[in-house]
Ligand binder design. Sequence first.
Ligand SMILES: CC(C)(COP(=O)(O)OP(=O)(O)OC[C@H]1O[C@@H](n2cnc3c(N)ncnc32)[C@H](O)[C@@H]1OP(=O)(O)O)[C@@H](O)C(=O)NCCC(=O)NCCSC(=O)CCC(=O)O
Length: 549
Amino acid sequence: MRPKHAWMRETYQKSTERVPERPVAHRTLSNIAPDPIYTPEDVQGFDYDEKLGYPGEYPYTRGVYGSMYRSKLWTMRMFAGFGTAEQTNERFKKLLAAGQMGLSTAFDLPTLMGYDSDHPLSAGEVGKCGVAVSSLADMEILFDGINLEEVTTSMTINSPANAIWAMYLALAKKKGYDWKKLGGTIQNDILKEFIAQKEFIFPPEPSVKLVIDTFEWGPENVPRWNFISVSGYHIREAGATAVQELAFTLADGFEYVEKALERGLDVDAFAPRISFFFDVHNDFFEEIAKFRAARRIWATQMRERYGAKDPRSWMLRTHAQTAGVSLTAQQPLNNLTRVAIQALAAVLGGTNSLHTDAYDEALALPTEEAATLALRQQQIIAYESGVTHTIDPLAGSYYVEWLTDKIEAEAMRYIEEIRRLGGVVRGIEQGYFLREIGDASYRFQQEVESGERIIVGVNAFQDEKEIEVPIQEIDPEIERIQAERLARVRRERDPERVEQALEGLRQAAAGGRNTMPHFVEAALAYATLGEMMDVLREVYGVYEEPVMV
Ligand SMILES: CC(C)(COP(=O)(O)OP(=O)(O)OC[C@H]1O[C@@H](n2cnc3c(N)ncnc32)[C@H](O)[C@@H]1OP(=O)(O)O)[C@@H](O)C(=O)NCCC(=O)NCCSC(=O)CCC(=O)O
């Protein structure tokens, strides 16, 4: 074969002498500068078995299941929640009727921060960015008429994850469902809160302890539950590159594994139920390569470094969401195209579950019509595009394999650096992640402002007149409705049972024992979220982020 550099010199260069390269960034969003072309030269010595293997086999680069989408499509799982439990329950049912396959719950800010809807700090935020859940009474309404053994549910909840999961389990118990048959996911990834999203309550050490309680208690009691969704999404949305997102997320995953091992847990008891969650942005091939590299790194590290023997411990199963940060308020219908490209990348990358953002989400929470349209985008990819016929169809592309290797190598460089710092918590304390993400987002913004990176409708091809799209309004009455329900809950429950359950939780937390059984007992007693979190605030204290200079 004629060497690549010969073609570059003889043909490519001549072509660019006649018409120069366009003055845009020929760099991926991770600042990788690909060559104009890839050939067999770029993947010399490529060992198929070592790098790829077959789908369903180590190192799972080509996908975690043997038959992937030929047997079962990815779960179409739309993130939804707003207003009261009644309103969200109605949205859930509409999405299921429209063909959605699993549920995904968005909670409001007070719930995410562990406050009841009637707490003074909740004022103005109740039901705004998700559904308000303050007690088992809200949970009962939220899942009314939904079969918990048939539908798997994801709950995006972090610092108060143990409490919210306990409420869901209490609901299942009261309704007579078998915990052994329940499937779902709690996000429960506190490290990325310290790194990026900043919705933490307690200091890092006790926060991670609460997570590890679920690692210990979950597999035995709710074996089909994914008790963590280690999330790169929010790291990416905070401005990280694809490589940083991958590296920091996997580093978080390894940190949890290490903490669980320190507690004396068997790696193969918990690792099979660790799940992941990645963003999927516009740079099509980079995103596909990211998913493939993620599976390879996780499998290799879990087997070689952490000694996992069960193949399920090596499998990186992941949810994906199209990039909220890529959506534009300008010309909002353009977002439909962005989301389609991103969703296709997630599917070609072998995701196991997917949320597609609605086109109106740069403006407000999605309307029902916009959310349904986003689901339809997934259905068109699934049923009309033909990409599901063949597993990992881009394997063997010189570029995709080169890029997968490159992203793997760059992510590993970061992972090794974090290990040298002493791990993720030490990195957080030193401001490492803040600096790295800050530098990346600054570079991106500069590229946009200089016009080197074009965003259609924003820094190029702008319209004089903006298109108006309908906006989802949130009813301010929700706060009153929630306060009344909470007052009724407090009036009707058995105060002694609540007191005992909260005392049990306090003692378990103070004594360093597993808190999960006590959260479940408190949830069954209708203790409120705020009451449970207040007990832990007293025991663990609250975290104030140090000012980084
Ligand atoms: C593991 C995942 C990723 C996916 O779980 P799912 O149940 O959907 O899918 P799954 O586990 O892949 O498949 C379901 C079952 O079918 C089986 N299965 C699937 N495909 C198969 C195949 N081809 N062959 C054999 N078996 C197969 C699996 O083994 C599994 O069985 P078993 O069960 O028996 O193993 C989970 O964690 C999940 O659903 N995550 C969603 C997280 C989420 O929605 N987050 C929202 C964040 S939103 C957010 O954070 C806010 C962002 C913002 O700010 O906007």
